[in-house]
Design a protein around this ligand. Structure first.
Ligand code: BEZ
Length: 251
């Protein structure tokens, strides 16, 4: 997750939903005892630990040293390593590669797929979930408009939210055959009346970075105003998440 300095405890406390909503993905992975499984973008390690409870041997990698430090402290029995999703290698191949809510931070999708393919055994599976085409479109458009109105700068988000055919093609070019894929809306509750603001501060720094600290409050208030008719219901903010889930097999 380049250019993003993570606060591991804020991530755990306020954004626990990232791990919680990933739980169904572990079921889809169906880890078996004794399997060697790689978790790419493991964050603070909660899902790596859940996978390991089945008896699988899990290795977690994340580009953030803060996340890996926290994962090692919480789950000392597991192996965690600081490695970039688009540039990693292992000598011993894996039965499966897993990734939840991480790969939308990596714009080098081709390189990432090449690394994943290279570390999988033939027939090995890749099970992943990431933001899909249209993910957080309401929030992003509002933030962009609010920034433009405030400082007259046109910003772009830095995430990778592919469509189904785009992602299947990336995988196919890297000897990963897509065997199942889903693109679905998952409106996601944000905690508290400051939820949208906190989300923007936590995740929108590539856009908010164009605004001085003094201007950020105005931008965030305007973002809330623009989003309210669409994603604020019964006093709760819902991020307009759209997930792309994929299962692919190494040819
Ligand atoms: C997501 O999980 O979809 C996401 C999280 C942070 C920023 C962008 C997308």
């Amino acid at each position: 997750m380049p250019n993003q300095k993570w606060n591991a405890s804020l991530y755990d406390a306020r954004h626990a939903f990232i791990s919680e909503y990933g739980v169904g993905l572990v079921t889809l992975l169906n880890p078996l005892s004794g399997e060697r499984i790689l978790d790419v973008g493991c964050g603070t390690g909660a899902l790596a630990q859940e996978i390991a409870q089945t008896g699988a041997n899990v290795v977690g990698i994340d580009s953030s040293p803060e996340m890996i430090q926290s994962a090692r402290a919480q789950y000392p029995g597991l192996e965690f390593d600081v490695q970039d999703a688009s540039d990693f290698a292992f000598a011993v191949p894996f039965d499966a590669v897993f990734s939840n809510a991480a790969l939308h931070w990596v714009r080098q999708a081709e390189e990432t797929a090449a690394c994943i393919s290279r570390v999988l055994k033939p027939g090995g599976r890749f099970v992943a979930e990431l933001g899909g085409q249209g993910n957080v479109a309401t929030i992003t458009a509002a933030l962009q408009q609010a920034i433009y109105e405030t400082v007259r700068i046109r910003t772009h988000h830095q995430w990778y939210f592919p469509s189904v055919p785009q992602y299947a093609a990336v995988l196919e070019r890297n000897k990963l055959e897509t065997t199942a894929v889903w693109l679905f809306d998952r409106p996601t509750k944000l905690i508290g009346t400051e939820g949208l603001r906190n989300w923007c501060l936590m995740f929108g720094s590539s856009m908010l970075g164009h605004v001085s600290d003094g201007g950020q409050d105005r931008v965030l208030a305007r973002t809330e105003e623009l989003c309210r008719p669409h994603i604020f219901r019964d006093n709760v903010w819902f991020a307009d998440y759209r997930r792309l889930r994929v299962v692919a097999h190494k040819l």
